[in-house]
Design a binder for this molecule. Structure first.
Ligand code: HEM
Length: 406
């Protein structure tokens, strides 16, 4: 299979459901391969890490966006993501990231542990009640979605009652992160973006009238204080914080539980030794990464992994493949929480390294052992359904039976 064929399979429904065999095909051509006149694909761990940290390698700028999708300014989804820190280069990127970073310091995150534990306990109670008498429950709907959305909403100061609104809107918007998108998918993403932006426009007005001790108020005040955050950037970053704050963590919880249900021996060790949760969570992140890829471009010609990336090219960094690079992780297809030097690339690297990595790790490190301890009979029930997405890898539904609560 040549590189072009492998990429076509990767983007197909089959590749979206199981990209790992395709990554191995691509890896057979080298850690960095040319996939077109101006396109490169990276599957190597060291090479992806190096490129993400290289100052000449940046997120797509407006200029390249104009080439790829000339009408992008008319799309609420593309223009909103483009104005957020996720898709902005320095100096705008550093300015925006600094404004939000105060909410994600290790001290602030550690202080969230009790909130996360209380929410996880409450969701387990609800799951146990719904699954009484062996009735299957959907782990995604009952736990993997509401926990991260509850936590990020608490941080942003989004009212509890509004939480159910976001699942559909965010799922629609994140279609925009796929490497290929049809006009129909773009229309769906635009509708999601419009809803989310409308929601935050109202929340911003409410916080301006009555400030609160939350991240939304902090960003509104940064905007109102002068030239530190434009109105467009304020909305774009609130949307990205909400969406990045739960879409990915939901998938970490879903992918992670599926792996542990398939490895009952390893799950049992964690049940008895919750102190191993940090290593388990990092291995779950590596083994089935909730974010499988990101993209970059280079301002100059860059040499890496034996390839020469011409200036202005489009670079597809396959994080999920890098995490299974056998040069970095021996027998990468094995789930093994006892690996030395885990450091998966699931949160990226360099200037755009995930702002919420500490929060996501905390949520999973609390939730996974808690689930195993309180619901020791948790078992698969029926066939899980994968989302047809390559970038944000997760399940639409993951049916389980809860067994007898401990
Ligand atoms: C950026 C993954 C959870 C907020 C990123 C990036 C990755 C990532 C790969 C870098 C994208 C790139 O370089 O193009 C994940 C995963 C998560 C997770 C796998 C969960 C398991 C969270 C949470 C938040 C968050 C809980 C909380 C708000 C962000 C933000 C950025 C980001 C704001 C942009 C940072 C920047 O551009 O400087 N995330 N994330 N993420 N993530 Fe996360």
């Amino acid at each position: 299979m040549d590189v072009a064929e492998a990429l076509a399979v990767l983007m197909s429904p089959q590749g979206r459901v199981d990209p790992y065999p395709v990554y191995e095909r691509l890896r057979g051509h080298g850690p960095v391969v040319q996939a077109g006149p101006n396109m490169y694909v990276v599957t190597g761990y060291a090479e992806a890490d190096e490129l993400l940290r290289d100052a000449r390698v940046q997120v797509l700028d407006d200029h390249l966006r104009d080439d790829l999708l000339p009408a992008w300014r008319d799309s609420p989804a593309v223009s909103s993501i483009a104005r957020s820190m996720l898709r902005t280069n320095p100096p705008d990127h550093s300015r925006m990231r600094r404004l939000a970073a105060g909410a994600f310091t290790p001290r602030r995150i550690a202080a969230m542990r009790d909130v996360v534990t209380a929410q996880a306990d409450e969701l387990v109670d609800m799951m146990a009640a719904a699954g009484r008498d062996g009735t299957p429950v959907d782990f995604m709907a009952e736990f993997a979605y509401p926990l991260p959305v509850g936590v990020i909403c608490a941080l942003l100061g989004v009212p509890t009652a509004d939480r159910p609104l976001f699942r559909r809107w965010a799922a629609d918007l994140t279609g925009i992160l796929e490497p290929e998108i049809t006009p129909a998918e773009l229309a769906v993403a635009d509708a999601g973006a419009t809803e989310l932006r409308g929601y935050f426009t109202e929340l911003v007005a409410a916080r301006r009238r009555r400030p609160a001790d939350d991240l939304t108020t902090a960003l509104v005040q940064a905007h109102d204080a002068g030239d530190r955050l434009s109105g467009e950037e304020l909305l774009a970053n609130l949307v990205i914080l909400l969406v990045a704050g739960f879409e990915t963590t939901t998938n970490l919880l879903g992918n992670g539980l599926a792996v542990l249900l398939a490895h009952p021996g390893a799950a049992d060790v964690l049940r008895r030794h919750p102190e191993h949760a940090p290593a388990y969570v990092d291995e779950l992140l590596r083994f089935d990464s909730p974010v499988q890829l990101t993209t970059r471009t280079s301002s100059e010609t860059v040499r890496v992994g034996g390839a020469e990336l011409v200036a202005g090219s489009w670079i597809l960094l396959l994080l999920g493949a890098a995490n299974r690079d056998p040069r970095r992780y021996p027998t990468p297809e094995r789930f093994d929480p006892w690996r030395a030097q885990l450091a998966p690339l699931s949160f990226g690297a360099g200037p755009h390294y995930c702002l919420g990595a500490g929060l996501a790790r905390l949520e999973a490190q609390v939730a996974v052992p808690l689930l195993l301890r309180r619901l020791p009979g948790l078992a698969p029930a029926g066939t899980p359904r994968r989302r047809s997405r390559l970038t944000l890898r997760g399940y639409d539904s993951l049916p389980v039976t809860v067994g007898e609560p401990a």
